[in-house]
Ligand binder design. Structure first.
Ligand code: ADP
Length: 335
C-alpha cells in the first residue's frame, strides 16, 4: 500500500522533518504558488492581521504540509496541526477552534475527510470567527454563540473535487501544486544529500530525480535508500549511477520511477482489460487497493506522464504505457 509506505517509522519521519524547507526562499519549484503566497503573507503582515485562509490541493508528497509550516513560520505565528479524519464530530472542531490563540495558523490535512456537521461549523468560523454551539436536545435545545480568536486556516487536500463549494469558496486563495520537473527534483536531492552528508555526483542525483515520480517526498525517500546502500557497500567516496540503480532496483522502483502499485494498475488496464476503458472501482478491486488510493496517488502521475487517460467510460492505457510494459501495440487496436 503506497499510502502506508509513505508513513515510515519514527526515525524516517524525523529525517523527513529535518529535510523540510522552513522558508519560501528555500522551497524549491512551484514558482507561481510561491509568488502568490508571498504576496498574501506580505499584505497580511503590512496590515497586521492574520493571512487569508489558504487551500493547498495536490497529490501526496508535493509539499502541502511543508507550505503550511512555512506560512506559520514566515508570519511569525504558531502552527496547530489536525486532520480531517480526526474531526469526526462538530464537537471535535469546536474544541480545536475555541482553543486557538489569536493569529494562530490551523492546518487541517485531508480536509475533505472531515465530518459533514463539522464542515458547516467551519463555514461560519472561517467567515466570522464565530461558532454556534448546540446545547441540549430536542425542543429544549439552544445554540450558544461563541467568539473565536482570529486565525488563518490552511487546508490541504488530495481531492479538491470532493470539497463542497461553500467550503471551497471560503478560502481566500487556492493553490494547486504540480508535480516537479527533473531539474527541480535534482535540486531537492542535492539539498537533502547535502544535509544528510551523502556525496553524490550530478549523474547520480539525476538518476534519483528521474525515479522520483515528480514528488519531493519520494526523492528524499529514495535518497535515504541510496545512502543505506552506499553505507553497506562502503562506497562513500565514489557513488555512481550504477550504485543508485542497484539500490533502487532493490526497492522495485523502475527506470522511470513507477513503483509496484503503479505497474500493477497499468498491467491490469493493459492486460486484463485490453487497454480499457475500465471503471475506477473495477480497477481497484482487480489490484486489491482502495479506489481512493488509486485516484489520488496512482492515477495523477500516470495521467501526467501520458500513460493513462480518463474518459467518461473509464480509464484507458495509452500506447506509451504498452511500450513501457513491453506489450505489443496490436492489442491496443482491439479496443
Ligand atoms: P504533503 O503534505 O503534500 O504530502 P510534505 O509537505 O509533507 O507533502 O512534503 C514531503 C517531503 O518532501 C517533506 O519532508 C519535504 O522535505 C519535501 N519537500 C516537499 N516539497 C518540497 C520543496 N518544494 N522543496 C524541498 N523539499 C520539499
Amino acid at each position: 500500500n503506497v499510502v502506508d509506505a509513505q508513513v515510515a517509522d519514527d526515525s524516517e519521519l524525523a529525517i523527513e522533518g529535518a529535510l523540510r524547507p522552513s522558508s519560501l526562499g528555500e522551497f524549491i519549484g512551484q514558482h507561481k504558488v510561491r509568488g502568490q503566497l508571498q504576496l498574501l503573507l506580505d499584505a497580511a503582515r503590512m496590515q497586521q492581521r492574520p493571512a487569508d485562509h489558504i487551500l493547498l490541493a495536490g497529490p501526496p508528497g508535493l509539499g502541502k504540509t511543508t507550505l503550511a509550516m512555512i506560512v506559520a513560520h514566515e508570519s511569525g505565528r504558531t502552527l496547530r496541526l489536525s486532520s480531517g479524519p480526526a474531526i469526526q464530530h462538530a464537537g471535535d472542531l469546536a474544541a480545536l477552534l475555541s482553543s486557538l490563540v489569536p493569529g494562530e495558523v490551523l492546518f487541517i490535512d485531508e480536509i475533505h475527510r472531515m465530518a459533514r456537521s463539522a464542515e458547516e461549523m467551519l463555514y461560519l468560523a472561517m467567515e466570522d470567527f464565530r461558532i454556534d454551539i448546540m446545547v441540549g436536545k430536542g425542543a429544549g435545545a439552544t445554540s450558544i454563540p461563541l467568539d473565536l480568536a482570529p486565525f488563518t486556516l490552511v487546508g490541504a487536500t488530495t481531492r479538491s473535487g470532493l470539497l463542497p463549494n461553500p467550503l471551497r469558496d471560503r478560502f481566500g486563495f487556492t493553490a494547486h501544486l504540480e508535480f516537479y520537473d527533473a531539474e527541480e527534483l535534482e535540486a531537492v536531492v542535492a539539498r537533502s544529500a547535502d544535509r544528510l552528508e551523502v556525496f553524490l555526483p550530478p549523474a547520480a542525483r539525476a538518476e534519483i530525480a528521474r525515479r522520483s515520480r515528480g514528488t519531493p517526498r519520494i526523492a528524499n525517500r529514495l535518497l535515504r535508500r541510496v545512502r543505506d546502500y552506499l553505507v553497506v557497500h562502503g562506497r562513500g567516496e565514489e557513488a555512481a549511477v550504477a550504485d543508485v540503480s542497484a539500490a533502487l532496483d532493490l526497492y522495485d522502483v523502475d527506470a522511470i520511477g513507477l513503483d509496484r502499485l503503479d505497474r500493477a494498475v497499468l498491467e491490469a488496464v493493459v492486460r486484463r482489460f485490453r487497454g480499457g476503458p475500465v471503471g475506477l472501482n473495477t480497477l481497484a478491486v482487480t489490484v486489491g487497493e482502495e479506489a481512493e488510493t488509486i485516484e489520488s496517488v496512482v492515477e495523477p502521475y500516470l495521467v501526467r506522464i501520458g500513460f493513462m487517460g480518463r474518459t467518461p467510460r473509464g480509464r484507458i492505457a495509452t500506447p506509451e504505457a504498452y511500450t513501457h510494459l513491453g506489450v505489443p501495440h496490436a492489442e491496443a487496436a482491439l479496443r
